[in-house]
Design a protein around this ligand. Structure first.
Ligand SMILES: O=C(O)CCC(=O)C(=O)O
Length: 290
């Protein structure tokens, strides 16, 4: 079924979008959220960052490859790499820190495409992270896949698609997300063996074609859906503009979230389950592609 989104009837993927995602491993929907919504989400992101800063003061701090992380309960707060920096780079998970971020989990603009990409009518949150790249300070992120990182905690790693919502205009200058087109087709790729603590989380450059990289320069409010096997990364923010974004990752319903171990099924709140349908429904990607 081709859906007319302009008519406001549905946010399901169209067949053409499903085919593009299957081929490229990612899909962009530009300006899915309007300016006023994004302004409120930016405020929510800053509230969450302030709360995380306060949480980090009582958390347990550790350094990996010179990068400072603080665990506060099940929340991991990663700081910018410069030794003197107090700027937060990533908060995972973040939705529990602000009700406006929490509401995104159930937003149909994320959920309806995700039902198709997960391949289930009933879906749940797997994890979510706030990526903050402050002007002139925000660091890059080397080429990596998410799936090898999740493999040991999850038996359905193929069913963990991501969606990034851009809170600011994302450009090459402020370190927009970059992806390697088509790199999602070969499952989990080997990590780098460079003797560093985190090296194994970065994809061995011999296993993907860097010339296939695409810079996802998108206006604030845009959604980027991408496969858990997608090789992706980003450059540092060398501009005077912030680059803030949230990434939510979904899974079939009935499974716990990565870090808290709690269950967050979509549209049902915390720790409630709903029976899974035994057969995929018409929303699912395989049907879109047939
Ligand atoms: O936005 C970025 O810098 C990249 C984020 C990313 O790759 C991730 O969170 O897995």
């Amino acid at each position: 079924m081709i859906v007319d989104r302009e008519a406001g009837t549905s946010f399901e993927l169209t067949s053409a979008e499903a085919r593009r995602y299957e081929r490229d491993g990612f899909l962009v929907r530009k300006a899915a959220f309007d300016t006023a919504e994004i302004a409120r989400l930016r405020q929510a992101a800053e509230r969450a960052a302030n709360l995380a800063q306060a949480l980090s003061e009582g958390g347990s701090s550790y350094i990996l490859d010179g990068k400072r992380f603080v665990d506060s309960g099940y929340v991991t707060i990663q700081f910018e790499h410069a030794a003197s920096s107090e700027a937060i780079r990533v908060i995972e998970p973040v939705h529990q820190l602000d009700s406006r971020l929490e509401a995104l989990i159930d937003d149909p603009r994320l959920v309806e495409p995700m039902r198709c990409l997960v391949g289930k009518e009933n879906i749940a949150l797997w994890t979510d992270k706030l990526n903050l790249k402050r002007p002139r300070e925000g660091s890059g992120f080397g080429w990596h896949q998410d799936s090898p990182y999740w493999l040991h905690d999850c038996a359905h790693v193929d069913q963990l698609p991501n969606v990034l919502l851009a809170f600011d205009d994302a450009t090459d200058a402020n370190g927009c997300l970059r992806v390697i087109r088509g790199s999602h087709t070969r499952g989990c790729l080997p990590g780098r063996r460079d003797g560093t603590q985190l090296g194994g989380f970065y994809t061995d450059p011999g296993h993907f074609d860097e010339s296939q990289q695409v810079s996802l320069e998108v206006p604030a409010g845009s959604l980027v859906f991408f496969s858990p096997h997608m090789v992706h990364g980003s450059l540092p923010n060398n501009s005077d503009q912030p680059r803030r974004a949230i990434i939510l990752t979904y899974q079939p319903s009935g499974y716990p979230m990565l870090k808290s171990g709690e269950m967050r099924n979509v549209c049902q709140g915390l720790n409630q389950t709903k029976p899974e349908p035994t057969q995929p429904t018409s929303r699912h990607l395989s049907n879109k592609l047939s």
